[in-house]
Ligand binder design. Sequence first.
Ligand code: GTP
Ligand code: MG
Length: 311
Amino acid sequence: MNQDIINGRQIHWFPGHMAKTLRLMETEIRNVDCVLQILDARIPLSSLNPEIERITEGKPHLYVLNKADLADPDITRQWLEYFKSAGAGCLPMDSKQRGKASAIKGPIEKELAALMERRRNKGMVGARIRVMVVGIPNVGKSTFINSFAGTTRAKAANKPGVTRGKQWITVDDYDLMDMPGVLWKKFDTLETATNLAFIGSIRDDILDIEELACGLLSSVRAIYPSQLLARYKLDESALELPPYELLQAIGAKRGMLISGGEVDTERAAKMLVGEFRASKWGRISLERPPHPVEEPEWEEDSDAAQTDQPS
Ligand SMILES: Nc1nc2c(ncn2[C@@H]2O[C@H](COP(=O)(O)OP(=O)(O)OP(=O)(O)O)[C@@H](O)[C@H]2O)c(=O)[nH]1
Ligand SMILES: [Mg+2]
């Protein structure tokens, strides 16, 4: 198991079955025409698995910004532009809506146009389109497949690690391969690790729920302060409180007290994390696209301009 530190705690999030899934992906990639990497629209970059990128490199590839119904629509639009400018096909999605995921057929068939043309020329009518659906745990891969199929075909639930082992699901002329969710061994930043924890891709039972709630309060109050204040009926001064005191203030407001009048912070933390994930705080995007690097303007008359000229 791999371990790292989130908020000063050592956690293990890369169990053996994830390593096994990565190996399975390496074998199965040869058997598919196309890869759909499902991302979480609230954290598109943190949820983009570099190991999956490595394994699926060279295969036609599309991205789905899933749970877009929980994300800030303006930020999701910016992300779509970001992916487009990087030349990557990307679609926003609410997989809870039955049938909606079949909107991916158009982009897939466009992506596979050359392959389909070759198949037609060879007279391979009725050849099936094989798609591997991959992504981090709990991002909504199985729900996406169910939406694509228009009916429940794959087991889905609100916790990571539901799908175990690959499963082919046949829908019309498509074969979709549902895969278990995988993380990777070394997160590049603490922010990536905490974002993954916030959205529920790392098992809560290996995390400290109070630290998780405090981290979430810190992040969200910096970007959506009014939504937080409105949800918990707080006045603006609450934004200045250290996160743990803010957690206590919210617990007190909700009457979550234990004997002696102290706030039951664990209960308050569970409530907060649960409400965030259920989008009770409103539609929130925790990550914004990086700004494009601005090219320095060319100054005709500057000394640098003269000395940099090729002779
Ligand atoms: N609001 C919302 N919830 C979604 C969406 N897609 C999936 N979910 C919910 O997210 C939770 C996880 O969905 P799953 O389909 O089991 O996720 P998974 O990626 O297959 O998870 P693993 O198999 O554990 O890796 C479930 O509670 C789904 O109802 C979506 O687009 N919007
Ligand atoms: Mg699943």
